[in-house]
Ligand binder design. Structure first.
Ligand code: ABU
Length: 371
């Protein structure tokens, strides 16, 4: 049955089929959380974020919200239904019997928390203490979908304990150096241990019957094994990108655009042996264009490679950040229609166009692209 804006239905099997319904995050009350092991490992050693925490400056929150609201309106103008989270009080500390941290993070990047696979939305375990309660920002929406769609499966992965046993103490230094980080990444030695299953939803890419999951700082092997057992009808593939000294989230590294075509970050190439399934099935893996910027914006956790953190609206149309002119040019050459979206001033709140969205409904069914 065709999609109707009047009827809520959750369904999305991949990253590229025609998008009909999406969640766009908000910057309200976003905080820079206090130091904690997994977060510190991600903050670059020369970053302006080291040593400071608290609520983000109000004028930056307002600006980020202006851009996110404009993006939501742009999508609505294209006929896409857009929902927004209901922010909780992110100044609240996160305290469990196992840990305490002074504040939360925010709800700009729903992609990090919510994994939509078919008719299911799965709340990820998360791996940062400050993000332990982040799913609460999305509960009003998930409650609504559950009430309105009889086929919707609302699932939550087991909440992790996030004790010190979850983190390798070797990473608890701000003077590790990039060479050592790259050596560790090549050895698959990341900040998270194998104490318990951990994953962020943004480490997972959906290719119909196949799920491709990055093993790195935010997702460990037990997390990937948990996903394998949770989705028994799927094939779950573990990938690594050894050129990334701060490997969190796959969506500024590996970007499928349509069946048969993926952009790969040229500094974080997929190793030869992990390309096999794509090449055997005739998929092309193309180096992404260089970012237009040499540095991320102020107080930003992410790298300049948010340039390739795009939102595919259908196999011929893609949203690209307005200032990322080289990425837009490459998309054009690859036969994609580019929709420019201004978002750079919101990057600091949790990422780019893919990060700040989460799929609710895309056309299409669960296909086998890698028979
Ligand atoms: N959340 C995506 C960030 C990836 C990166 O910093 O490159």
């Amino acid at each position: 049955m065709a999609w109707s804006p009047e009827k809520t239905e959750v369904k999305s099997w991949n990253e590229w089929d025609t998008l009909r319904h999406v969640i766009v995050g908000r910057a309200d009350d976003c905080h820079i959380p206090p130091e904690e092991p997994a977060l510190d490992a991600k903050v670059p050693e020369d970053s302006d974020m080291r040593g400071q925490w608290g609520r983000r400056p109000p004028e930056t929150i307002d600006r980020a919200n202006e851009l996110l609201n404009n993006f939501a309106d742009q999508l609505r103008g294209l006929g896409i239904r857009v929902d927004r989270p209901v922010p909780i009080d992110h100044s609240q500390p996160v305290t469990t019997p196992d840990f305490h941290t002074g504040s939360q993070f925010g709800c700009m990047p729903p992609r990090d928390v919510l994994l939509t696979v078919g008719h299911e939305m799965l709340e990820a375990t998360m791996s940062y203490r400050c993000r332990w309660f982040e799913y609460l920002n999305y509960r009003p929406l998930l409650k609504q979908y559950w009430e309105e769609d009889q086929n919707f499966r609302h699932e939550a992965a087991p909440k992790p304990r996030l004790t010190d046993a979850d983190y390798h103490p070797d990473y608890l230094s701000d003077k590790i150096g990039e060479a050592k980080r790259l050596e560790w990444a090549a050895e698959k030695f990341f900040v998270t241990t194998e104490e318990e299953p951990l994953f962020d939803a943004a480490d997972v890419l959906r290719f119909g019957k196949d799920l491709v999951v990055q093993h790195g700082f935010t997702t460990n092997l037990k997390g990937i094994e948990w996903l394998r057992r949770h989705f028994p009808e799927h094939r779950v593939h573990t990938v690594n990108f050894p050129g990334d000294p701060y490997p969190i989230h796959i969506d500024a590294t590996f970007t499928p655009l349509r069946p048969g075509l993926i952009l790969n970050n040229p500094q974080r190439r997929l190793p030869e042996e992990q390309r096999e399934m794509f090449i055997r099935n005739g998929w092309e893996i193309v180096d992404a264009a260089q970012p237009a910027h040499n540095t991320p914006p102020p107080l930003c956790y992410s790298s300049t490679w948010l340039s390739m953190n795009v939102l595919v609206l259908d196999p011929k149309t893609v949203c690209v950040e307005k200032s990322e002119v080289y990425q837009a040019e490459q998309m054009d050459k690859l036969g994609m229609e580019v929709i420019e979206v201004e978002l750079r001033d919101a990057y600091a709140f949790g990422g780019g166009l893919h990060c700040c969205t989460a799929d609710v409904f895309r056309d299409g069914d669960c296909e086998d692209y890698f028979p």
